[in-house]
Ligand binder design. Structure first.
Ligand SMILES: O=C(O)c1cc(C(=O)O)c2c(n1)C(=O)C(=O)c1cc(C(=O)O)[nH]c1-2
Length: 252
């Protein structure tokens, strides 16, 4: 997409956004190994403990988008995302469901909640997403959530492959993935409408595709950090010490 090009109509622009799915982290070797049944217990546990940091930052990210949005109708719909993760006081939310997953793969709640396993690379990638959402316009931040276009497929692929490959994972752990199937589809309808409405010039459409690529980079980079630590056994400072000396986040 270089040089001068005409504005894409809604269908063509949506098609261009969907084509970015070819760079979704579903294709990352770490994920591919998970579906193929090739991961060790430690690799599954490492993924779950690190992804917890993404989970707890999603509702903060969504609250930041609401804070930047002057449109009450958008805020009312966007609020559901915060409730999905934090819980609405009746049903447990996604963070709680993620902790059930952690327990189902043999982790203790405390070691996940205190973030001792969260690698610096994962923390920096998630923080980049959160900080982008805080500073960008609400339409740009909404656009950055559109990797969720591709998320139902990734949740389904876990439900389809994990139980047979990892019989040691308790079935109660799968609630999070089942829950997200419907939620992600609903989120994406709203996020896509905002994006198709707002990014309506060639320059803005190019910008939207770049924002989506930024988010794809974040998801891919999280798995690169996990690969260093749990596949190659080269976590940060491994040439110096086996201890987890890295910081636990300066604002938890
Ligand atoms: O398991 C995954 O691979 C995956 C990916 C993504 C995504 O594409 O950002 C999300 C989720 N899960 C998820 O569970 C979730 O709640 C979520 C919210 C968002 C977002 O950007 O607002 N992405 C995702």
């Amino acid at each position: 997409m270089s040089g001068h090009h005409a504005v894409l109509d809604r269908a063509a622009f949506e098609q261009a956004l969907r084509a970015k799915g070819q760079y979704y982290h579903i294709h990352h070797p770490y994920h591919r190994a998970m579906y193929a049944g090739e991961c060790t217990r430690e690799q599954i546990q490492g993924w779950v403990a690190n992804r917890y940091y993404y989970q707890v930052n999603i509702p903060r990210k969504d609250a930041a988008i609401m804070a930047n949005c002057p449109d009450a109708d958008v805020r009312r719909l966007w609020l559901q995302r915060v409730l999905d993760h934090d819980g609405d006081g009746r049903e447990p939310g996604g963070i709680e469901a993620w902790l059930s997953l952690a327990e189902a793969v043999g982790l203790g709640r405390e070691e996940v909640i205190d973030q001792r396993h969260v690698l610096p690379g994962v923390r920096f990638a998630v923080d980049a997403y959160y900080n982008f959402a805080r500073r960008a316009s609400w339409q740009e931040a909404a656009c950055s959530s559109l990797t969720e276009l591709f998320a139902p497929e990734i949740h389904q692929s876990r439900l389809d492959s994990w139980p047979q490959h990892y019989p040691w994972i308790d079935d109660s752990g799968y609630r999070y993935f089942r829950k997200r199937l419907g939620e992600a589809r609903r989120d994406v309808e709203h996020g896509l409408t905002i994006t198709l409405d707002h990014f309506n010039t060639p320059a803005l459409q190019t910008r939207a595709l770049e924002i989506l690529q930024f988010k794809l980079d974040i998801l891919w980079t999280i798995l690169d950090a996990l690969t260093m630590a749990y596949v190659h056994h080269t976590p940060p400072f491994h040439t110096v010490t086996d201890a987890r000396v890295w910081h636990r986040g300066l604002n938890v």
